[in-house]
Design a protein around this ligand. Structure first.
Ligand SMILES: Nc1ncnc2c1ncn2[C@@H]1O[C@H](COP(=O)(O)OP(=O)(O)OP(=O)(O)O)[C@@H](O)[C@H]1O
Ligand SMILES: [Mg+2]
Length: 856
């Protein structure tokens, strides 16, 4: 295979496909990546000749710009078993079927975008409803009569255009701030209707609203919706733009301009001209959490948006009577992030913060334990989903049973025995766990570089997430609207949609493949898949042609689809912000929806690789750690944890829907004895280190060689656990997970703390006793210390295992007979393959391998 074929194979592997499949595909179709993807997705087993996509369609995706969206035709969903290929069709195929989506189809009336005559430009002119244009002076004169008048106008627009009866109170507040020409930060729950806050000003004033938005897919969805509400709009991404659309936008031909942050910075001068000639009613910065380095979805270009405040104020532009107001909106900003947004955007001092509850009362949160990294878990974890959607339960049941048998053999609940303690936890610190993903994901046995790893996950969403760079949507006249078949989202035989979020691209493909294999209509979505495929998945998702989308974070922000009934997170999210943002896609019709997090509760999550500064890394660990604690929680309402995370006082106390509210907390357990013991072992060790000569502690603990000395000088939790097991018969059998959970609780109560003040850990590792701990635990006391055991502690109770003390276990290897027996046992019992240990290197060469750390 030559170099370029290799390159295609590499690309396919990056997309998440198996190497064997990739090799196969390249052999079959040659070096075209698109054809190879199609070949794999289509499935090798299919009969009939394979027709490469490149032979079917032109790939000139930018040609399809500037077209008006037509209503998608709703399909009730065919009964045949779907395959991934079903969601990977060429644009030409769509055209043949008359299936138009977004700007993909040419509306004959408007297919003149490349050469607009004046008449044509006229036809694009904003269709302001006579009654909805409202003189700004009247809007802002501040008297209550006028404010009630503008509200009446708004209500009439809402009814006539959007079919909505009235404003929500936070929308009213945001709009009255805009009417008063003030900047505003809107913090409101996902699905609460933030978009209306910036759409209404365009309809009220006849001026243009400029919306800064982070993704093409999001801009496209909103433009398409607006056109159905008879509002003209366009979107400008950052790729190769159609100059004609940009020019028309700068001439005020659209009521709303969606633009990505990269592009708006370039358009400052034309926008100033637009403000003079036509008027700009508002700059809206949607998904404003992207501004903050402390948020979950930082986008460096968002930080440059401070130019808006600087360039559109009355002191700079003499034709302006007031500053053009800026409205920043988000559903997922902690207090820290809120402050950062205000500061970074240089918003005026009078900026009003409109804050509503982040609580989503119809979302039902739960957490379940699963070894999500293993394909063998799919059958068990997705059985409910399969039952929900499947009509051929019996035949699917057979397939699933086969997978279940395999999974039984492979099941490994990940409890640590003494060997694991020594081999895993002593030698590998958490920074190295970051890299363990490389080892796990190494499909060809070779260790992969971290550069590759960054490609394995979608850390940041790219603005150009689709194969179109810009597009325009004319306001649909009412007569055309009547012809739109409205997708019935409450169809009896339709159970709503599910989105499964996974951490890596590979998992998105694998799970989608698995679900297709058992008869579901599922599709994968990750940033490395062909953009044409991604657009098709969006379309099918919006037209209810799919049941499940299996996605990385590349699919999510802002998606407004009423009937998403289930959000499954399969693997730890990286933060609660990301989790809540993604969960917020569910239940946007106000009906009950489920948000389940499947995660390996026996292991702390690791940070996915990405380039971060030192500060960002610490923040990322903090966020991950909060997320881990959310998963471990067994006693506090989950909705309460989530909204309080964003700084809200959760007045309802309980949601009455989440697993904790429904099942109740576990029984309180008195852990006085264990807590005292652990604390005393820790204190005793530190006393010895403080008081004695250098060598004493090691000798006392019977540790000889220099490596162990080094380790024991800074002993981690597992070392103390092994000491307890050695010295205290009663707790010999107590599982490591139990102690880990207890240590976490003790840390939360400030009885112990991390020794080196490192925030870079998800769990406490090197422990120091605190003064508070000394007061509470450093003496024999019968006073009970009741705690709710957390998820890992409960998990440990289900496990029936025996433990020998750490030292005993070590000593065992020295005895030839014990050694022989152990080796024999190992050979009999097939274990998961262990990769040969690589000697850890530090210094310049290891730096080279860790590009995301090099900035630290
Ligand atoms: N006043 C209202 N009354 C009833 N429905 C409304 C109202 N305002 C907005 N909606 C509906 O709420 C839905 C969600 O709106 P939108 O997409 O603006 O949410 P959002 O707050 O931007 O959410 P996200 O943070 O997830 O982007 C829309 O379908 C919209 O029609
Ligand atoms: Mg939104």
């Amino acid at each position: 295979m030559d170099l370029s074929s290799d390159h295609v194979v590499m690309k396919l592997v990056e997309m998440g496909f198996e190497k064997l499949d990739a090799l196969d595909a390249v052999k079959a179709v040659g070096k075209s990546c698109d054809d190879a993807v199609e070949y794999i997705l289509k499935g090798h087993h299919r009969t009939g000749g394979f027709a490469p996509a490149s032979s079917l369609c032109s790939t000139g995706s930018n040609k399809i710009l500037g077209k008006r969206a037509m209503p998608p035709s709703f399909s009730s969903g065919s009964k045949r078993q779907s395959s991934l290929f079903d969601h990977f069709r060429s644009v030409n195929q769509n055209k043949k079927k008359g299936n138009t989506f977004g700007s993909a189809e040419v509306d004959s009336q408007l297919d003149t975008a490349s050469d607009p005559s004046k008449e044509q430009i006229k036809s694009f002119a904003p269709v302001f409803l006579e009654s909805s244009c409202y003189p700004e002076t009247e809007l802002s004169n501040g008297c209550s009569e006028a404010s009630s008048t503008w509200e009446k106008r708004v209500n009439s627009i809402l009814r006539n255009r959007f079919g909505i009866s009235s404003l929500r109170s936070f929308q009213r507040e945001a709009l009255s701030t805009w009417v008063a020409h003030k900047d505003c930060l809107v913090l409101a729950a996902t699905g609460s209707g933030k978009s209306l806050c910036f759409q209404i000003p365009a309809l009220l004033t006849g001026k243009v609203v400029v919306v800064i938005s982070p993704l093409i897919s999001l801009m496209h969805d909103q433009c398409l919706k607006l056109s159905r509400h008879r509002v003209s709009a366009c979107f400008l991404g950052s790729g190769q733009l159609d100059n004609c659309i940009e020019e028309k936008a700068m001439q005020g031909m659209y009521q709303i301009i969606y633009v990505c942050p990269e592009t708006v910075v370039r358009l400052i001068k034309p926008l100033q001209k637009l403000a003079k000639t036509h008027g700009i009613a508002l700059f809206a910065i949607d998904e404003a959490h992207c501004v903050s380095k402390w948020g979950h979805d930082f986008r460096p270009h968002y930080r440059r948006l401070s130019v808006l405040r600087e360039n559109f104020c009355a002191s700079n532009l003499e034709f302006l009577e007031y500053d053009v107001p800026i409205m920043a909106l988000t559903a997922t900003a902690t207090v820290h992030v809120q402050e950062d947004i205000l500061e970074s955007l240089h918003l005026s001092k009078e900026t009003k913060t409109v804050l509503t509850s982040f609580f989503r009362p119809n979302l039902q949160f739960s957490v379940k334990h699963s070894r999500t990294k293993f394909a063998s878990s799919y059958a068990k974890d997705f059985q409910n989903l399969i039952d929900l959607y499947s009509e051929k339960k019996k035949s699917i049941g057979k397939k699933v049973a086969v997978i279940s048998r395999e999974s039984e053999e492979q099941t490994d609940f990940g409890y640590h025995d003494a060997q694991n303690i020594y081999e895993t936890d002593y030698d590998e610190d958490e920074e190295d766990q970051e890299n363990s993903l490389a080892k796990k994901n190494s499909s060809n046995g070779k260790e992969l570089s971290e550069e590759y790893l960054e490609d394995e996950t979608d850390i940041f969403q790219s603005v150009d997430d689709w194969d179109v760079a810009c597009g325009e949507f004319c306001a649909m006249p009412p007569c055309e609207l009547l012809d739109i078949p409205v997708p019935s989202e409450k169809q009896k035989d339709f159970e709503g949609l599910t989105i499964i979020y996974v951490p890596t691209r590979k998992e998105s493909v694998n799970i989608a493949k698995y679900l297709c294999g058992v008869g579901l209509k599922a599709a994968a979505y990750n940033a490395s898949l062909p953009k044409k495929h991604l657009r098709q998945v969006h379309q099918d998702f919006h037209e209810n042609k799919l049941q499940v989308v299996v996605a990385t974070i590349a699919f999510g922000m802002g998606i407004d689809k009423k009937n998403v009934r289930k959000i499954i997170h399969y693997g730890w999210p990286q933060s609660l912000e990301a989790y809540y943002q993604e969960a917020g896609r569910a239940g946007r019709d106000g009906e009950l929806a489920e948000c389940v997090l499947y995660a390996d509760l026996s292991r702390a999550p690791t940070l996915l690789p990405s380039r971060r500064s030192k500060e960002q890394t610490e923040q990322a660990y903090k966020m991950l750690s909060d997320c881990f604690r959310y998963g471990m929680n067994t006693s506090t309402c989950r909705a309460k944890i989530l909204v309080e995370y964003f700084g809200e006082d959760f007045s309802s106390k309980k949601c009455n829907l989440c697993d904790v509210c429904k099942e109740g907390p576990p029984e309180l357990v008195n852990v006085r004895e264990e807590a005292n013991l652990l604390f005393q072992v820790i204190t005793a060790f530190h006393l010895q280190v403080d008081n004695n000569s250098e060598h004493a502690p090691y000798e006392d603990y019977g540790l000889g060689n220099s490596k162990q000395k080094k380790l024991s000088h800074k002993p981690n939790l597992l070392f103390f656990i092994s000491k307890i097991r050695e010295q205290c018969q009663k707790f010999k059998e107590t599982d490591c997970l139990w102690w880990k959970g207890l240590a976490r609780i003790m840390e939360a109560r400030e009885y112990i703390k991390e020794m080196d003040n490192k925030d870079r850990r998800v769990e406490i590792k090197f422990i120091l006793p605190t003064e508070k701990g000394k007061k509470q635990l450093d003496f024999e006391d019968d006073k009970p210390l009741y705690v709710y055991p957390e998820a890992d502690m409960l998990l440990s109770l289900k496990q029936d295992r025996t433990y020998s003390g750490f030292s005993e276990w070590r000593k065992g290897w020295a005895d030839p007979e014990i050694r022989r027996q152990r080796l024999e046992r190992r050979e009999r019992k097939p274990r998961r393959e262990r990769k040969p240990r690589k000697k850890r290197t530090r210094g310049p060469s290891s730096k080279k391998l860790h590009p995301w750390r090099s900035k630290e």
